[in-house]
Structures are given as structure tokens and as C-alpha cells.
Design a protein around this ligand. Structure first.
Ligand SMILES: [Zn+2]
Length: 125
């Protein structure tokens, strides 16, 4: 029913000859846009995918940590586990400071505590 009306790509607005038209879901597209629609790049937003994945792994959160918190996380990461006493000694922090930072890190699901015998070890979440 379009008669001699020029066709127009619904995406980029390019004017099309009838033979240049590609139809998809009731809309007309030029060849380029049609190809775009049919085969969107696999990782159309690799950065978003990447950050979603790292967020799920809890690593993206590290960028929001304070220097002090990072020290604690890196220390534990390096050892696999650490006790408060050990960190007091090696990180030059008081037990109070460590416990306060640890509460934040645990809330962020970066670190957690695990009990081994009588000792509490802090490990990566
Ligand atoms: Zn187009």
C-alpha cells in the first residue's frame, strides 16, 4: 500500500529503494541496519558484562575500599587466611581498628570469618 512512497529505514532513517528494503518484525530497514539487528555483536557491551561478572565475584567492590581496607584484603589474599592477632602485628593496626574495618568488609561480602578450633580466621568471602 505504499505506492511510490520512498521507503525509509526505521533505524537510521536512510531512504531506500524497494529492492534495498529488508523487513524485520513489521519494520523496514536498510541492509546495514538489518544486519545489525540480526547479528548483534556477541559482547555488545563487554565492559558492562565484565563489570557485572567481577561484581558477582566481589572484585569490583575493591575499587571502593579505603587504603586501610585494601591493606587488610590484600594481606588476607596473600595468605589465604589470617587471624586478628596476626594482622595486628603485621599491619600495624589495633585490634579495634581491624574489627571495625572487618565489619565493613564483611558487610560488603569481601571478607568473612571462619572458625578453626579455637581460632577465628579471616578469609576472602
Ligand atoms: Zn538503516
Amino acid at each position: 500500500m505504499q505506492g511510490n512512497m520512498p521507503f525509509q529505514c526505521s533505524k537510521c532513517g536512510k531512504t531506500l529503494e524497494k529492492h534495498e528494503c529488508y523487513e524485520h518484525q513489521g519494520k523496514v530497514f536498510c541492509e546495514d541496519c538489518y544486519m545489525d539487528i540480526l547479528s548483534p555483536p556477541k559482547a555488545c557491551d563487554p565492559w558492562a558484562v565484565h563489570s557485572a561478572q567481577t561484581f558477582l565475584k566481589g572484585k569490583d567492590k575493591l575499587s571502593t575500599l579505603t587504603h586501610l581496607q585494601l591493606n587488610i584484603v590484600n594481606y588476607i589474599k596473600g595468605r589465604g587466611e589470617a587471624t586478628i592477632e596476626e594482622m595486628v602485628e603485621n599491619l600495624n593496626l589495633t585490634e579495634g581498628e581491624l574489627r571495625r574495618e572487618f565489619a565493613v568488609l564483611r558487610h560488603m561480602e569481601i571478607l568473612k570469618a571462619t572458625k578453626k578450633g579455637e581460632k577465628i580466621f579471616y578469609i576472602l568471602f
